[in-house]
Design a protein. Structure first.
Length: 266
């Protein structure tokens, strides 16, 4: 099992913010245009595309009023969502540094009453059942050793009718195979210290189905996020071995970028 301390320490580093900005997640690129946006714009686009895919309403009555960002990093998406919907948003992260920095950024923007952050474990979320009407998690599950428990917690804190949106790197779906091939298995074994358990998008979908969620959908955005890594971003991470391995996995098609959404029954 991966050490939560190791994962927290991985992000207790200003380098992440210096390179990634306040959105520590990948970006979405339109494949039908030759004009390539900057990374920040692509990161905003990923959020917007995921919200659109999840059919999150912008209607003044139906739009979410209480949002949680599970694995919030230093708060970029939580702040973005709170501003977009005029909602209250809580970000939760295993890293005390991320929580402190997110709080500083939120307060600097005058959003301290709207966006708050706290330290917590995604496998034991410190929230009441049915507390949020949008449950958001971007690239958090990849660090967790028990994806089934993770999804169960996301569903537990979702209110009746709430939308759950999960984006996460996954291993490729299996066709008629019983398992990945030996070379692929070896790749994922190397990543275990901070990426402890890999699952496929299909497995995530089955977890959503096990909770009888409605309107379950999934999509593979691997090609849309690939341009994010074509920049020098990974070279500036001081040769971070886990990240370099991850990027190689994407390039080889072993790692896929998946989005899974569903709605909790009323």
């Amino acid at each position: 099992m991966a050490s939560t301390t190791k994962i927290a320490n991985m992000y207790n580093d200003l380098t992440w913010e210096e390179i990634w900005g306040d959105h520590i997640h990948q970006g979405f690129y339109d494949l039908n245009t030759t004009t390539k946006p900057d990374r920040k714009t692509a990161q905003f686009r990923l959020i917007e595309e995921a919200l659109r895919f999840g059919n999150v309403s912008e209607d003044s009555v139906k739009k979410p009023k209480s949002i949680v960002d599970v694995g919030c990093g230093i708060g970029g998406p939580a702040i973005y969502l709170a501003k977009k919907y005029g909602a209250k948003c809580i970000g939760i992260d295993i890293s005390p540094y991320n929580v402190q920095r997110g709080t500083e950024i939120s307060n600097a923007q005058g959003l301290g009453d709207k966006v708050t952050f706290q330290v917590g474990d995604a496998l034991q979320l410190p929230f009441h059942d049915g507390q949020f009407d949008l449950v958001w998690s971007t690239e958090c599950g990849i660090h967790l050793p028990d994806k089934t428990k993770f999804v169960s917690e996301l569903v537990r804190i979702a209110s009746p009718g709430a939308t759950i949106i999960l984006t996460d790197p996954c291993h490729r779906d299996l066709a008629n195979e019983e398992s990945l091939n030996p070379d692929e298995e070896e790749f994922f074994l190397k990543s275990k210290p901070v990426l402890p358990e890999w699952v496929s998008c299909a497995q995530y979908v089955n977890m959503f189905k096990s909770h009888s969620l409605k309107d379950i959908k999934s999509v593979d955005w691997s090609e849309h996020v690939a341009p994010f890594w074509e920049e020098s971003i990974w070279e500036t991470m001081n040769g971070e071995a886990d990240l370099v391995e991850y990027i190689e996995g994407q390039r080889k098609g072993i790692v896929r970028y998946s989005v899974i959404t569903g709605q909790k029954p009323e």
